[in-house]
Design a binder for this molecule. Structure first.
Ligand SMILES: *Cc1c(COP(=O)(O)O)cnc(C)c1O
Length: 390
């Protein structure tokens, strides 16, 4: 029995060709021709003022916190059900993440709770597009404008996805993308900062380049470059950018293949949902998603553990996330929660992610479907046995 991993980093076949070209270009540090090509692709695809490749989404979020001048006493409202990156970015500047609950349907931040969590100290709202399904952007944009607080999008999972026909990453003043190997389009480790607010575009380049105006120097706009602001070394090497270019070229094809697998899962599990054993993802009609993730919500923690064991026994690796940020050690130390986070706490115990990558074969998808169906049957049998014995 061959194992089915949760993710197998996908390669389009042109990665080595472009990495060879990068070597032959004789430019392997950041900001070379492949970086420029990727930046232009992202900038045009999303319609941003500027796109800057970074070495991770985490780096792009750190840049966002610097660009927003987050400092001690400042608050950033964000979901607790997400990756640690945005919370860390705020804490590294001395600010406080304020955690709110997510919506039951999309597992995206609950816009009503965002509005309620705003205080005079709020400096930004962070929207995370979970599973590549857009947050309620119309409402979030309205709240941000009304409160005069910038909106930042964590678009780590949202490449080529849209909300009301507008690309994710185009709504906020800033947006961060991830090209980590678990994301749809990747280069092992990588990311990008999208700048939609023209007023901070030049500063973004400076922060990316160790707080120097080196890029202005290379463009001949200043006669020497020097330290002009805070910053760090956030640019990826041309080797990563060359690898990434091979993936961006195929972004539509990768998305189409992932969507086909997602649809196969979704159709196969309709019956499980009707039986009440597993809830499937909900995608609002305003959202065109990118099949970043296929997850199921099981009845409880115990059934999820059983489900994952059953899959493992037939060589299938399913995973779960996120441990809520608000109740984690660092979350308690550095952040605060606004209101109860009952949806986050429940989902964190019940969610399971199924294997999904662009190179997944149809027979692998079929094996996962069979295994999910038998694991759910086993959960149901146990539940009815429990009912009979009480
Ligand atoms: C993957 C991910 C990140 C982190 O991305 P890196 O590129 O690994 O830094 C941040 N936020 C979300 C929502 C993610 O899914």
């Amino acid at each position: 029995m061959t194992e089915i991993p949760f993710n197998r980093p996908f390669a389009t076949g042109r990665e080595l060709l472009y990495v060879r070209e990068a070597i032959e270009n004789g430019h392997l540090s950041g900001s070379g021709p492949f970086t420029e090509r990727c930046n232009r692709w992202l900038q045009q695809r999303v319609g941003s003022e500027q796109a800057l490749l970074t070495h991770s989404c985490t780096a792009a979020l750190e840049m966002a916190a610097m660009l927003l001048d987050i400092g001690p006493g400042d608050e950033v409202v964000m979901p607790s059900f997400t990756s640690v990156s945005a919370a860390n970015a705020v804490v590294l500047r001395g600010g406080t993440p304020v955690f709110v609950d997510v919506r039951e349907d999309t597992l995206n931040v609950d816009e009503g709770l965002v509005a309620a969590a705003i205080t005079p100290r709020t400096r930004a709202i962070l929207a995370v597009h979970y599973a590549g399904v857009g947050c309620a952007m119309q409402e979030l944009v309205t709240i941000a404008e009304r409160e005069g607080v910038p909106l930042v999008e964590d678009t780590a999972q949202g490449i080529v996805a849209s909300y009301n026909d507008r690309p994710l990453g185009s709504f906020g003043a800033l947006a961060a993308l991830s090209f980590h190997e678990t994301k749809n389009v990747h280069c092992g480790e990588g990311g990008a900062l999208l700048v939609n607010d023209a007023a901070v575009a030049e500063r973004a380049e400076i922060i990316l380049d160790k707080g120097t105006n080196r890029r202005r120097f290379f463009r001949g706009q200043v006669d020497k470059y020097s330290w002009v602001d805070i910053g760090s070394s956030y640019a990826p090497s041309e080797i990563n950018a060359a690898f990434l270019w091979a993936q961006l070229e195929e972004a539509e094809a990768i998305t189409a293949r992932r969507l086909a697998i997602w649809q196969a899962y979704h159709a196969a599990f309709a019956e499980l949902e009707e039986q009440g054993v597993a809830r499937r993802p909900i995608v609002p009609s305003s959202c065109l998603h990118n099949a970043h993730m296929y997850y199921l919500l099981l009845p409880d923690l115990e059934s999820r553990a059983r489900f994952m064991e059953e899959l493992k026994s037939v060589g299938i690796h399913a995973v779960f996330h996120y441990v809520p940020l608000h109740s984690s050690d660092a979350g308690l130390r550095y952040g605060r929660q606004a209101g109860d986070l009952v949806v986050t706490e429940g989902v964190s115990e019940r969610l399971v992610r199924l294997p999904l990558w662009a190179g997944m074969a149809d027979e692998e998808v079929a094996r996962v479907v069979d295994a999910v169906e038998s694991a759910c049957a086993s959960i149901t049998r146990r539940a009815s046995a429990r009912v009979r014995s009480t």
